[in-house]
Design a protein around this ligand. Structure first.
Ligand code: FES
Ligand SMILES: [Fe+2]
Length: 379
């Protein structure tokens, strides 16, 4: 792998010491080395909140989804009291993983020897264990993991000291209050793995500078660089806004929406919530990516979206969203091409970071956040 001889943490420290007016892209070894990814697992993914999707994807008791966060398998389950809770997804017998994928279950049955757990993680029963004098089923409960809901999103963290999501994201909540993000219902959800570093994809989302070129085949013509506003970020997130053309009706505020005024009615927010939740929020629809590294060169992607409930009584809203999903899929093919090309380039011997445009302000802020975490600043 390229440039393994350079300390990637020191390289990022030097890179982020420059003011925004002189900033460059992050150094290649931050993307390509195992050492940097290990630091990310230790200081970012083990410490910050990770989004597993929308609460509306788990409507009924027993609905579950699974994820892996910094090598810890986690199950997120709606329990009998209708609360969403998260717990270790590792059996307390000989440590098999328990649930896989998504689904609904009455209890959690280990696929190895059928130790069976209740939806709160307590052990309900275990076959042929009565002759072990030390075994007491009441002493077994799957370790619980911090889990919070915020505006319809479900977050988990391995850090018992992480401040509440709502506290960290108060400014986001205030900024997009008129969108009423809780009332967006997910209608599609997919998982993918792309051959690029997770930060390349996150950074691709943070800047709309690439839209006219990378997306020339789809939305590029509708994207004007002068309609993009990129304010400085805040400690837990960055954002930028773009104005959508009125021809995409479902991106506009619905007539029944009196919360949004003037230009807000056609403003799209691109929210990058650290470390890896990326939300496109229009007054009519939303879509998101939640990212986790698989290896330096591979990213696991949770991809979902849907419509604002303002549109739920419109007979053609679903049809319009289907058309939009087709467009999003085409846009994603373009983003995949661009971000995998970047990873390819990053791995080359002659790669070197160039200067950033003023339209890449969020990328600069993201690098500052990353440097602060990796250099040991606590949440
Ligand atoms: S490892 Fe789960 S029952 Fe044996
Ligand atoms: Fe893109």
């Amino acid at each position: 792998m390229a440039k393994d001889h350079i300390d990637p943490i020191e390289a990022l420290r030097q890179n982020t010491a420059a003011p925004f007016e002189q900033a460059r892209a992050m150094p290649p070894e931050v993307y390509t080395t195992d050492a940097f990814m290990q630091a990310e697992l230790d200081h970012v993914f083990s410490k910050d909140w990770y989004c597993v999707g929308r609460a509306s994807a788990l409507p009924n008791p027993g609905d579950y989804l699974t994820c892996e966060l910094a090598n810890q398998p986690i199950a997120v389950i709606r329990d009998r009291e209708s609360d969403v809770r998260a717990m270790s997804n590792v059996c307390l017998h000989r440590m098999s993983t328990l649930l896989h994928g998504r689904g609904n279950t009455r209890s959690i049955v280990c696929p190895y020897h059928a130790w069976t757990y209740n939806l709160d993680g307590s052990l309900r029963g275990a076959p042929a264990m009565t002759l072990n004098e030390g075994f007491c089923k009441d002493q077994y409960k799957l370790p619980q993991i911090k889990c919070e809901e915020w505006l319809g999103w479900v977050f988990v963290t391995l850090n018992p000291d992480a401040p509440p999501v709502a506290e960290q994201l108060q400014q986001v909540e205030d900024m997009v209050a008129g969108y009423d993000m809780t009332n967006y219902t997910e209608t599609f959800y997919e998982e993918h793995v792309w051959d690029t570093n997770w930060k390349v994809l996150a950074e691709n989302f943070m800047e709309s500078y690439h839209l006219p070129v990378c997306h020339a085949g789809t939305i590029g013509g509708l994207s004007k660089l002068e309609d993009m506003i990129c304010p400085p970020g805040l400690p837990a997130f960055n954002y930028h806004t773009i104005l959508k053309d009125e021809t995409l009706r479902i991106a506009m505020a619905h007539d029944s929406n009196t919360r949004l005024k003037g230009e807000e009615r056609r403003t799209t927010f691109l929210l990058a919530i650290y470390p890896s939740l990326l939300i496109t929020l229009t007054p009519g629809y939303f879509w998101y990516l939640s990212l986790h590294p698989v290896s330096p060169g591979q990213v696991h992607i949770r991809f979902g979206g849907g419509m604002s409930d303002d549109y739920k009584d419109d007979p053609d809203a679903h049809e319009n969203f289907e058309a939009l999903k087709t467009l999003l899929d085409e846009v994603n093919v373009e983003d995949r091409g661009c971000t995998e090309k970047v990873y390819n380039g990053l791995c080359s011997a002659l790669s070197a970071p160039g200067h950033l445009s003023h339209l890449e302000r969020p990328n600069y802020d993201f690098a500052q956040y990353l440097n602060a975490r990796i250099s040991g600043e606590t949440v």
